[in-house]
Design a protein around this ligand. Structure first.
Ligand code: ZN
Ligand code: ZN
Length: 424
C-alpha cells in the first residue's frame, strides 16, 4: 500500500489523511467529472476547503485540464454583508459571475462544487433578508443552473469537512476530533477508504445501473409511499426514465454528478401528486434548518404546509414561483445505505439525501426522460409533466418505517420497498 509518508512502523500503515484526501481528489476528477484533456474546470468552494481544492486542482492538471478557476466563498464575508450592507442591497446578486459561468459551460468547461458550508450560518439573520438574497441569487444563477441541470457539460459535487459543519454534526466532540470524524465519514461515504477507489466506484455504478434497469422495465405510472404520517402517491412523468450513478453529459462525457451517491431517481409528473407526506430528517436550506415538515398535495400542488422549525423559511421557499409548490424529483434510497448506516445527521443535503428516499420541490432534471430527454424541447418536457422552478430542494421522506409500491397504469400495486429496503 502506498501511504505517501507517515508510514510509522512496520506492517500495514494506517491510511493517512493526506492519502485519503488525494484519493478523494482523484475520484472527484476521474469518476466525478471524467475530466477530459484540454477541458477547463470551474470550481466553487468554501474558503476553508482549500486543502481539498488544491488536491483537486493538482489532479485536474495531471488529467490534462487547460485551466482551473476557483471561486471561494467565505462565511465571515457573508455575515459581514448581513451586518453592514444597506437594506436595499439584499436583492443584489453577482449576475455577471453566473453569466460568465454559463458561458464557460457552454464552451465546454466542467463544473465542480465543493460543499462544506456551515448549515446554520444564517440562522440568526432576518428571514426576509435571507429569502431576498436567496431569491436574487437563484434568479441570477438560472443561466448556469439550466446548463448544469440538463447535463450540457460534465459536473460533480464533492464535500469537504469544515469546522462549523463538523461542530454541527458532532456537537459533543472537541473541535479537532469533530473535524477528523467528519472527514472519516466523508472518505468512507465517498468510497475512498479502500486501496482502489476507482474500481469501487465502477462496482457501485454497476449496482445502481442494475437497479435503474429494473425500475425502467416496470414503467410504473406512479409510486406510493406509506408509513407514519405519510400516504403519498407520486405520479411519474410520461416518458420518464430512472437515472442514477454515472451518466453521460450531452457533451458525451461520463460523470458522477454527486459524490457520494446512493440514489436512483426520476421525474415525477408535476400535476399528479396527491396525499400527505412527513419529512423523516431535517432539511438544511441555505443556513436554516427546516424540521418536522408536513405537507399535503392536491393535483400536484402543495396546498397545506407546516414545519416544526423553520416554518417561516419554508413558507417563503414555497412562494418563490409557481413551480416551487410542485415536485421535480423523486428518489429511492434504501434505509440501510452506507450513509444512513453511519447513523449521523449531516445537515447537508448531499449527504442526507443519500441516506433516505426523497422528493425535491422545484426544477426537474430534463435528463430523466427516454434517451436522456435529448429529443424533447422545453415545451415537450413540460407537456410530459416536468416541473419548472428557480429552486430544486431535496427533502427526505424515507426511513425504515416507509413502504414503497409501484403502481402500474392499470392501478396494480407492486412492492418496491418494504420497511425502507429494496424488494429483490
Ligand atoms: Zn436526489
Ligand atoms: Zn435533487
Amino acid at each position: 500500500m502506498d501511504t505517501h509518508g507517515q508510514a510509522g512502523g512496520a506492517g500495514t500503515a494506517p491510511t493517512t489523511h493526506a492519502v485519503r484526501l488525494e484519493r478523494l481528489a482523484e475520484v472527484a476528477v476521474k469518476v466525478g467529472l471524467g475530466l477530459r484533456p484540454g477541458q477547463e474546470l470551474v470550481i466553487t468552494a468554501p474558503l476553508e476547503t482549500v486543502s481539498l481544492v488544491r488536491a483537486i486542482t493538482e489532479q485536474a492538471y495531471k488529467a490534462g485540464a487547460s485551466l482551473v478557476t476557483t471561486f471561494y466563498s467565505d462565511d465571515a464575508a457573508t455575515l459581514a454583508r448581513f451586518a453592514y450592507a444597506p437594506e436595499e442591497a439584499f436583492d443584489t446578486a453577482a449576475g455577471w459571475l453566473y453569466s460568465g459561468m454559463a458561458e464557460a459551460y457552454r464552451n465546454g468547461a466542467a463544473r465542480l462544487a465543493v460543499a462544506g458550508d456551515d448549515p446554520s450560518l444564517l440562522a440568526g439573520q432576518d428571514t426576509a433578508r435571507v429569502s431576498r438574497a436567496n431569491r436574487a441569487r437563484s434568479q441570477a444563477y438560472v443561466p448556469a443552473l439550466e446548463l448544469i441541470a440538463n447535463f450540457s457539460t460534465n459536473w460533480t459535487i464533492v464535500s469537504a469537512a469544515t469546522t462549523p459543519w463538523a461542530r454541527t454534526v458532532f456537537p459533543d466532540l472537541p473541535e479537532d476530533a469533530a473535524v477528523s470524524r467528519l472527514w472519516d465519514a466523508i472518505f468512507s461515504a465517498s468510497r475512498v477508504d479502500g486501496p482502489d477507489p476507482i474500481a469501487a466506484w465502477e462496482a457501485h455504478n454497476a449496482a445502481l445501473h442494475a437497479r435503474m434497469g429494473a425500475l425502467n422495465a416496470h414503467r410504473f405510472a406512479a409510486l406510493r409511499f406509506t408509513g407514519p404520517g405519510t400516504d403519498l402517491t407520486v405520479g411519474l412523468a410520461d416518458d420518464h426514465e430512472w437515472c442514477g450513478g454515472a451518466s453521460v453529459s450531452r457533451s458525451g462525457i461520463t460523470c458522477n454528478a454527486n459524490i457520494p451517491t446512493e440514489e436512483v431517481f426520476t421525474t415525477p409528473h408535476k400535476d399528479r401528486v396527491d396525499g400527505v407526506v412527513t419529512s423523516t430528517k431535517p432539511l438544511s436550506y441555505q443556513g436554516t434548518l427546516i424540521d418536522g415538515i408536513r405537507v399535503r398535495f392536491e393535483a400536484g400542488r402543495i396546498v397545506e404546509a407546516e414545519a416544526r422549525t423553520g416554518g417561516a423559511v419554508l413558507a417563503k421557499v414555497l412562494e418563490t414561483d409557481a413551480g416551487a409548490r410542485q415536485l421535480g424529483e423523486v428518489a429511492l434510497v434504501p434505509a440501510s445505505s452506507a450513509i444512513s448506516a453511519s447513523g449521523l445527521l449531516f445537515y447537508n443535503t448531499l449527504y442526507d439525501e443519500n441516506a433516505a428516499s426523497h422528493i425535491a420541490l422545484g426544477q426537474a432534471y430534463s435528463k430523466c426522460f427516454v434517451n436522456g430527454g435529448a429529443e424533447f424541447s422545453e415545451a415537450d418536457l413540460v407537456a410530459r409533466g416536468a416541473n419548472r422552478s428557480l429552486i430544486h430542494i431535496d427533502w427526505m421522506i424515507g426511513s425504515a418505517e416507509i413502504d414503497v409500491d409501484g403502481l402500474t397504469a392499470e392501478g396494480r400495486a407492486i412492492p418496491v420497498m418494504r420497511a425502507g429496503e429494496w424488494i429483490d
